[in-house]
Design a protein around this ligand. Structure first.
Ligand code: A3P
Length: 378
C-alpha cells in the first residue's frame, strides 16, 4: 500500500495487533470507561459546586434583604393607646406587631446602663468588647426576636411602650426604623393606671402628685428622643385624635410609614383571634377586642384631686406643651367621626356580646406571679 504514509502504516499495524490480542483489547476498553466516568464526575462536581455557590449566594441575599426589612417601633407612656395602635397596624396585611416582647426594652435598658456607667464601659473596652461589637450583638438580638415573633412579616413591628426612650439609639442600629409615639392626656393615663391598678416602675397607685411627675419625665425623654431622630422617622400620634377621627389619623400614619391604605385598619376588631393575637397577661387585651370607641376618652373627668388640678402645670408642664387644655375641668378633644359613633351604638346594642368577649380576654396571670413583679412595665 504505497499511498499510506509511514505514520498511518504504523497505526494500521498497531490496530491489527490490538485486534489479534484480546487482553490488550480489554485493557484499552477498561481505560476508556474509566476516563469517561472520571470526565462525567468532574463535570458533575463542577456543576454541584456552582449550584451550591448559587444557593449560598441566594441565602446571603435573602439574609441581607431580611436584615433590611422595615421596622416600626410603637411606644409611649403605658395606658396611652399603644395596644390599640398595634392592633390597628396588625390589621394591615403587610405588618405584624404582635404582643409585647418585654425582652427588647430590657436589652436596650441593659445596654444603656453599661454605657451610663463609666467604670463598666471602660472595663468592657479594656476587655476587648468594643462598642461596635455590642451594637451589632444588640441589633442581632432585637432583629431575631422581631423576625421570629412577627412570623417573618414584610414589615416588622414592635410594641413595647418604653422602647421610645431609646429611639435615637435604635435609629443608629436600624437605619430603616420608624417610630410612632403615642401621646395621651396625662390625667387620663394616670386615672387608668390608678383605677386598673397597673404596676409600672415609678408610678404609685395612691400618689397622684408622684404619678404626674413620672409621666412628665417619661414624656420629656420620649419627645426629646423623637425630636432627635427627626420628623421623617418619628411621628406623634395623639390617642384622642386616633379614637375621635380614626380614618384621617390612620391615613396619616400609613402615609408616614409608606404603607398603602386598606379598609381593614378601620375594623381591627374583626381580626382579633385571627391575624391579631392578644396576650392574656397584658392589661389592655379586654379593651382592644372592641372596635375603636370613646369609652375611655373622658372617664378621668371628675376624678383628679383638686390640689393636683391646681398644680398641674408645675407637676406636668409637658401636658400644656403638648397642647392639652390644663385649665378646663372638662376639656374638649374634638368631634367624633360617624364611624366611631356607630361603633359606640354597636357596643351599646350588643353589650352582652362585647362583655362576654371582654371576659374571655380578661387579664389572667400564670400561677407563678412572682415572675411578673418588679417589672419596668405593666
Ligand atoms: P383606659 O385604661 O383609660 O380605658 P395601652 O394599651 O397603651 O396601655 O392603652 C390602654 C388604653 O387604650 C385604655 O384606656 C383602653 O381603654 C384604650 N383602648 C384600648 N382599646 C381601645 C379601643 N378599641 N378603642 C378606644 N380605646 C381603646
Amino acid at each position: 500500500m504505497p499511498w499510506l504514509s509511514i505514520r498511518r502504516r504504523l497505526l494500521f499495524n498497531m490496530c491489527q495487533r490490538i485486534i489479534r490480542n484480546p487482553f490488550l483489547c480489554f485493557n484499552i476498553l477498561f481505560l476508556t470507561i474509566i476516563i469517561v466516568i472520571l470526565t462525567f464526575r468532574t463535570s458533575n462536581i463542577q456543576q454541584k459546586c456552582s449550584l451550591d455557590q448559587n444557593i449560598a449566594q441566594q441565602q446571603n441575599i435573602s439574609y441581607k434583604s431580611s436584615l433590611n426589612k422595615p421596622v416600626i417601633f410603637i411606644g409611649g407612656m403605658p395606658r396611652s393607646g399603644t395596644t390599640l395602635m398595634r392592633a390597628i397596624l396588625d390589621s394591615h396585611p403587610l405588618v405584624r406587631c404582635g404582643e409585647e416582647t418585654r425582652v427588647i426594652p430590657r436589652v436596650l435598658n441593659m445596654r444603656a446602663a453599661w454605657k451610663k456607667s463609666t467604670l463598666e464601659w471602660n472595663r468592657l473596652m479594656a476587655g476587648g468588647i468594643s462598642e461596635s461589637m455590642i451594637d451589632s450583638a444588640i441589633r442581632a438580638f432585637v432583629y431575631e426576636i422581631l423576625l421570629q415573633h412577627n412570623q417573618y412579616a414584610d414589615v416588622l413591628c414592635d410594641k413595647d411602650p418604653f422602647v421610645l426612650k431609646y429611639a435615637s439609639y435604635i435609629s443608629s442600629i436600624f437605619s430603616n426604623a420608624k417610630f410612632l409615639l403615642l401621646i395621651r392626656d396625662a390625667r387620663a393615663v394616670i386615672h387608668s393606671v390608678v383605677t386598673r391598678k397597673v404596676t409600672i416602675t415609678g408610678f404609685n397607685l395612691s400618689d397622684y402628685r408622684q404619678n404626674f411627675k413620672v409621666w412628665n419625665k417619661g414624656m420629656e425623654t420620649m419627645i426629646d428622643q423623637c425630636t432627635l431622630v427627626g420628623k421623617d422617622k418619628c411621628l406623634h400620634v395623639y390617642y384622642e385624635q386616633l379614637v375621635l377621627q380614626p380614618k384621617k389619623t390612620i391615613e396619616n400614619i400609613l402615609k408616614f410609614l409608606n404603607l398603602t391604605w386598606v379598609d381593614s385598619v378601620l375594623h381591627h376588631e374583626e381580626l382579633v383571634g385571627k391575624k391579631i393575637s392578644l396576650s392574656k397577661t397584658e392589661h389592655s387585651s379586654d379593651q382592644v377586642i372592641k372596635p375603636i370607641n370613646l369609652e375611655a376618652l373622658t372617664k378621668w373627668i371628675g376624678h383628679i384631686p383638686d390640689d393636683i388640678k391646681n398644680e398641674i402645670d408645675t407637676l406636668a408642664p409637658m401636658l400644656k406643651k403638648l397642647g392639652y387644655d390644663t385649665q378646663s375641668d372638662v376639656p374638649t378633644y374634638g368631634v367624633a367621626d360617624q364611624l366611631v359613633l356607630s361603633n359606640m351604638n354597636n357596643l351599646k346594642e350588643n353589650a352582652e356580646f362585647w362583655d362576654a368577649k371582654a371576659k374571655a380576654y380578661a387579664r389572667h396571670l400564670p400561677n407563678d406571679t412572682s415572675l411578673f413583679q418588679n417589672h419596668t412595665n405593666n
